[in-house]
Each structure stands twice: as structure tokens, then as C-alpha cells.
Write a protein that binds this ligand. Structure first.
Ligand SMILES: Cc1cc2nc3c(=O)[nH]c(=O)nc-3n(C[C@H](O)[C@H](O)[C@H](O)COP(=O)(O)O)c2cc1C
Length: 170
């Protein structure tokens, strides 16, 4: 690991997860250092399930990142200071099918010991091993207003991943 990061216990990072995911946003990356893709996400969560620290993410099937999330055992999550908002805007409005997000944003990549992707600019990152997936089932909405989020019937696939490593910049 590069020298400006240290491993921490996932239960020890500071800050509120609703603020971090919902309002500061995160990048989700899947793949490995040979081939990967990243996208911005503001829906998801973290918690404790099956006696493990976990993160859960929601990816619509048309995202390029979906293909990488499907094909790989791990995904990584990355949080950024406000000064990097432009990078998150870019990665949330452009597809890796059309642009090279890494070249265009200047994100600096380094690999985890498992060959998953981290970024030097991120202050907090998690490496997650997929434990479970499912697709949002339209028949299971108990509040019909929520289904308005899916005018194209592009129901998210969600993944629950065990947080196997958490690193923080110091
Ligand atoms: C603030 C913000 C939050 C987003 N959250 C999600 C999300 O949680 N799930 C999702 O599937 N797409 C989300 N998106 C959309 C993807 O980031 C966007 O479609 C991106 O271009 C996909 O890139 P890709 O095709 O390279 O995977 C979000 C976009 C923005 C700007």
C-alpha cells in the first residue's frame, strides 16, 4: 500500500454514512488493475450483517460498471473531499463506454493487495467482497410512489459486500 494510507477497522472511521453516501457521494469501482470501471453513486448504505461489516450498493443494469460488478468478486468504494466534486460529477454523468474516466479526471490509481482499485485522491476507501446480490422486485414496493424512480423499468441490482479492508489517508 502507498505510504500515505493506513488500514483501519471499518467501525472506526469518522462521519455519518448518510451524509457521506447520500450527499458527499462515493465512487464505486469494479475490476482489477488490468481492466476496471468506476461510477458515482449516492444510493447505498453500510452496516453490520451476518456478523460482518458490510456495504450495500445499487447499480442499474445499463451502467458499464454493472458489467464489472458482475464479473468480479470485489468492488471498492471511495470517498472524497468537496474539492473533488467535479470528478464525482464527471464519473456520474459520463460512461466508461464513451470516455476514459481515469485519464479525463486525473484520478491516480493504486492496487490493493488483492489487485482491486484504490485512488490516491480519496480520503477513505473500502474493499468489499460480494456476498449477495438481488434485483429490486417491483411487486415488493409497499409505497407505490417509490416506483416512480424506475420509469424505464431499470430496477437496480443490489450487492451486499463484506468490507474486507478499509483504508484512510493520513
Ligand atoms: C450524484 C449521483 C449519484 C448516482 N448514484 C447512482 C447509483 O446509486 N446507482 C446507479 O446505478 N447510478 C447512479 N448514478 C448514475 C451513474 O453514476 C452514471 O449513470 C454513470 O455515468 C455510469 O457510468 P458507467 O456507465 O461508466 O458505469 C449517479 C449519478 C450521480 C451524478
Amino acid at each position: 500500500m502507498i505510504s500515505s494510507f493506513k488500514k483501519i477497522d471499518p467501525k472506526d472511521f469518522e462521519g455519518n454514512v448518510i451524509q457521506k453516501i447520500g450527499f458527499d457521494w462515493m465512487l464505486i469501482t469494479a475490476g482489477n488493475s488490468e481492466k476496471f470501471n468506476t461510477m458515482t453513486a449516492s444510493w447505498g448504505g453500510m452496516g453490520y450483517l451476518w456478523n460482518k461489516p458490510v456495504a450495500f450498493i445499487f447499480i442499474r443494469p445499463q451502467r458499464f460498471t454493472y458489467e464489472f460488478a458482475e464479473a468480479n468478486e470485489y468492488f471498492t468504494l471511495h470517498f472524497f473531499d468537496e474539492r473533488y466534486r467535479e470528478i464525482l460529477d464527471f464519473c456520474g454523468t459520463k460512461s466508461g463506454r464513451d470516455v476514459n474516466k481515469i485519464a479525463q479526471t486525473g484520478l491516480k490509481v493504486f492496487a490493493s493487495s488483492r489487485n482491486n482499485i484504490y485512488y490516491e485522491q480519496s480520503y477513505l476507501q473500502m474493499e468489499c467482497r460480494k456476498l449477495y446480490f438481488d434485483d429490486i422486485n417491483p411487486e415488493h414496493f409497499l409505497d407505490e410512489k417509490i416506483i416512480r424512480n424506475y420509469p424505464k423499468n431499470d430496477f437496480h441490482r443490489f450487492y451486499i459486500g463484506e468490507i474486507v479492508e478499509c483504508i484512510e489517508r493520513y
